[in-house]
Design a protein around this ligand. Structure first.
Ligand code: X90
Length: 276
């Protein structure tokens, strides 16, 4: 049996047409612990964290969760959030070694997305497409290694509080926003870490800046996937503008699950695109 597995940073809960499972990261404070599984109420977690004034944390999926997701399969494709910001990729590789020692005939490919949310979705879609075309395990692996390099990720955030608190961006960058309607535009670096692109005042300027970045990287008509943290309208406005400027019809928008919601925070969007 073939299984596709991703950690919960992919923002999908299900993927009809393939055998798909997600493994949860977790979000916690010293008094509560949330598992980013299908039953998590993201809205409630965001409310709670806004009212809670002490530190909060996240943690990788457990080895057990990966092993349970692998169970029963002999060909496995596992997609993780970037190894540049999380230990999830190494955790998945430990689980892979354990699984292979118990199922020596199985094949497992763990993909480091160097990205998150929408970037992981594009990789999952490509995996599903390659398998639907009957490609072998080795063909899929080499095609995905190439495809991964063609993806770009941008994000517009209204607060960097949780990223700074957990050491994923510098406190200096983080302190520059969070007031006067300033949003920050960032991108994923080649090694899957966070790079600041611009600061923009207001949604309209941010949308224009996203469009000019897409032009800059040579985006023309590839697929675009967007996740948003309780700001569907903003995500729609970004998508509408992109449709009006580029010859791009394949745009999909989903709400972020817990992990991306925690880091992107309310008002944040993350956009992944294919680029030549
Ligand atoms: O605890 C853990 O291992 C998870 C750590 C995840 C840290 C960053 C998640 C970022 C999510 C924010 C903007 C996107 C940045 C992506 C750059 C590659 C969303």
């Amino acid at each position: 049996m073939i299984k596709f597995v991703a950690d919960s940073a992919c923002d999908l809960k299900d993927y009809p047409s393939i055998c798909f499972e997600t493994v949860p990261l977790s979000i916690s404070t010293d008094e509560r612990n949330y598992t980013d599984d299908n039953s998590l109420n993201v809205h409630e977690v965001l409310d709670y964290l806004e009212s809670y004034n002490d530190r909060s944390y996240t943690a990788c999926p457990s080895l057990d969760a990966w092993l349970k997701a692998f169970e029963g399969a002999d060909e496995i494709y596992a997609v993780t959030i970037t190894s540049g910001l999380s230990g999830t990729y190494s955790g998945a590789n430990v689980a892979k070694d354990i699984y292979l020692s118990e199922h020596p005939d199985a094949k497992i490919y763990v993909v480091d997305s160097l990205s998150t949310g929408p970037g992981m979705v594009l990789i999952l879609e490509k995996l599903a497409e390659l398998k639907a075309k009957g490609k072998s395990f080795d063909e899929v692996c080499s095609a995905i290694e190439k495809y991964r390099r063609k993806l770009r990720l941008f994000f517009s955030l209204s607060s960097l509080h949780n990223l700074a608190q957990n050491g994923r961006v510098s406190k200096l960058i983080a302190s520059a926003i969070g007031f006067m309607n300033i949003k920050i535009l960032g991108t994923a670096s080649k090694t899957g870490t966070i790079e600041q692109v611009a600061k923009c005042r207001g949604s309209r300027k941010m949308i224009d800046r996203i469009v000019s970045e897409l032009k800059e990287i040579g985006f023309t008509k590839g697929k675009i996937r967007i996740c948003h943290v309780e700001c569907m309208e903003f995500a729609n406005a970004v998508a509408d503008k992109i449709r009006s400027i580029f010859d791009c019809s394949d745009i999909k928008i989903v709400p972020a699950r817990g992990l991306c919601s925690y880091y992107a925070e309310r008002g944040g969007i993350i956009l992944g695109c294919e680029c030549e």
